[in-house]
Design a protein around this ligand. Structure first.
Ligand code: HEM
Length: 249
């Protein structure tokens, strides 16, 4: 017999699948489409959740696209308005404030050194295009017993990236604001893409996201049932920072 709990679980699973099915079809970016350093926003644009050309998208659209995929309103608005309002170029198009995905490339705006999969901006070097070698190194930190990226993996790759950039980049900056942003991105992917596996992420999900810039529906991911907000993300950041402390002892 079905218990109350199993019926609720089935209803949630069906509604999650229906939500995934309602997402517009994925296409890779075309030659005139613009993309930036954020793998998740690039994936949203490739799915048509954000304007596919990536140009001058309303800030309100950044919020509604995230909220439609169960990023909670507090976090979605902080990401869409908090950073861009002060840290990256925005535009006034009619009555709307807009931002292109390329505006996010601005170095030391939100964009920072010591990224997981993008090179540092050194003497004009491309700081936003996906780098396969860096990504492979990131994924090599997966937990050997689960094959998943977890808080310890993210602590390991964060510390390594910071060490590498400090050694190789004469202009290396990792001030408290950018350290917070970098850890925020790491906490966010754990919370958002890891919710089905105790806040750990199968590498197949990350392959879809980083390599193809595609949401990993085909690999089994569904948007979190409980929207992921600032509280959950902050908790994940704390786990990563605690793992970093153990590694640097
Ligand atoms: C309006 C919303 C958002 C904005 C403005 C934004 C902006 C950015 C920017 C500028 C970067 C580049 C940082 C760097 O230098 O590495 C970045 C990276 C990143 N973002 Fe986003 N982002 C948004 C939403 C999200 C969401 C919802 C997620 C996850 C669920 C996410 C996950 C990531 C990750 C994991 C990276 C690191 C990539 C790497 O280090 O290679 N972002 N984001």
């Amino acid at each position: 017999m079905f218990t109350y709990k199993s019926v609720v679980a089935i209803v949630i699973a069906v509604s999650n699948l229906a939500q995934a099915a309602s997402v517009p079809q994925w296409h890779p970016a075309g030659p005139s489409d613009i993309r930036g350093p954020c793998p998740v926003l690039n994936s949203f644009a490739n799915h048509g959740l954000l304007d596919r050309d990536g140009m001058r998208i309303k800030l309100t659209k950044f919020v509604s696209a995230q909220v439609s995929m169960n990023v909670a309103v507090d976090l979605a608005s902080t990401l869409a308005f908090g950073g861009p309002a002060v840290r990256v170029p925005t535009h006034l198009d009619g009555l709307a404030i807009t931002m292109g995905l390329d505006d996010l490339r601005k170095h030391n705006g939100i964009e920072h050194d010591a990224s997981l999969s993008r090179k540092d901006y050194v003497d004009g070097q491309d700081n936003y295009t996906f780098n396969r070698t860096m990504y492979n190194e990131f994924i090599s930190f997966a937990n050997p017993s689960t094959g998943h990226i977890d808080a310890k993996s993210l602590a390991g790759i964060r510390l390594l990236r910071q060490k590498q950039s400090k050694a190789n980049n004469p202009y290396y900056t990792f001030d408290p604001i950018h350290a917070t942003i970098a850890h925020g991105e790491a906490g966010l992917i754990l919370a958002y893409f890891g919710h089905q596996f105790g806040d750990t992420i199968p590498t197949a999900y990350l392959d879809a996201l980083f390599i193809e810039e595609r949401l990993p529906f085909n690999e089994g991911w569904v948007p979190p049932t409980i929207p992921v907000g600032l509280a959950k993300t902050t908790q994940q950041i704390a786990f990563i920072v605690a793992e970093e402390a153990k590694l640097s002892l």
